[in-house]
Design a protein around this ligand. Structure first.
Ligand SMILES: Cc1cc2nc3c(=O)[nH]c(=O)nc-3n(C[C@H](O)[C@H](O)[C@H](O)COP(=O)(O)O)c2cc1C
Length: 252
């Protein structure tokens, strides 16, 4: 299995680079063949031959790891340039102007970022969400599967990774080989969906029963009960989906 790390940062020895190094080291330990592309050092997007060379190299990968600090609430400029200049590799543009997955379809990816703001602020305000969303936007159009995410917060005046983060990064790398082999299919996702539906239905039916007990709705009117069920279910599910969206990204 081939895993390629792509680093887009102003700071080659910075914390984002250190996180990526640890993940790659963990993946190597689990038997993967790894390599690293440092965008600032080895990628000039204005040169077509370099874009082609990089595209060719990435075609060999089973998994790409995108590592970028959060700059002004999003990915670094070099990472954005990388996505923009490799657009033809990620997506194919149809005659109707639609993007469809192209040469990297079915591959896996991991997103890594870091930011000054504390874990608490990130939990509350989702400082790094736009960074992850930016990567997810490109990858979903490219038909690639998200294998994992990693974030480091509170990096102000920090030079070295805290030991706990170092271990988390290494563990992620070690597990990555297995996750990539599983690809997009995860039984866990189906089980989560089933669990979410089962719990939602139970709660909505409970509320409906309570409304019947207090005679707010009749117990035997089929259409009234159906309508009330649909309305409560809709409100409940919208709330649940909102919560899932908020918790979609790692924030600490
Ligand atoms: C141009 C620039 C913009 C930044 N914008 C943000 C930001 O919007 N929010 C934040 O929390 N940190 C911001 N930071 C801080 C970096 O995200 C943080 O220092 C990060 O951990 C740097 O990673 P590195 O050690 O790999 O360079 C910014 C830093 C730079 C240089």
């Amino acid at each position: 299995m081939k895993i390629i790390g792509i680093l887009g940062t102003q700071n080659r020895k910075g914390l984002t680079a250190q996180l990526l190094d640890e993940v790659l080291r963990g993946a190597e330990r689990a038997g993967a063949e790894t390599s690293l592309i440092v965008l600032e050092e080895s990628f000039d997007p204005t040169r077509q031959d370099e874009v082609r060379k990089l595209g060719k190299e990435l075609k060999q990968a089973d998994c790409m790891i995108f590592a970028t600090p959060t700059y002004f609430g999003n990915v670094s400029g070099s990472m954005k340039q990388f996505f923009d200049h490799l657009r033809d590799y990620f997506v194919h543009l149809t005659s109707k102007g639609e993007n469809i997955p192209h040469l990297f379809k079915g591959k896996s990816y991991v997103s890594i970022t870091s930011c000054y703001k504390s874990a608490f602020e990130n939990m509350l305000a989702g400082i790094t969400d736009a960074t992850f969303n930016q990567i997810d936007t490109v990858m979903s159009q490219a038909g690639m599967h998200r294998a994992s995410e990693l974030v480091l917060t509170g990096t102000f005046q920090m030079d070295e990774l805290p030991q706990k983060k170092r271990e988390e990064a290494k563990a992620l790398g070690e597990k990555l080989v297995e996750r990539v082999e599983r690809g997009g299919f995860t039984l866990k996702r189906y089980l989560q969906l089933f669990g979410m539906l089962a719990i939602s239905t139970l709660i909505v039916m409970g509320i409906q029963k309570a409304l019947q007990v207090v005679h707010f709705i009749p117990a035997d009117g089929f259409w009234v009960n159906y309508l009330v069920f649909v309305i409560i279910f809709f409100l409940f599910l919208s709330g649940m989906l909102r919560l899932v969206t908020i918790h979609n990204h790692k924030r600490r």
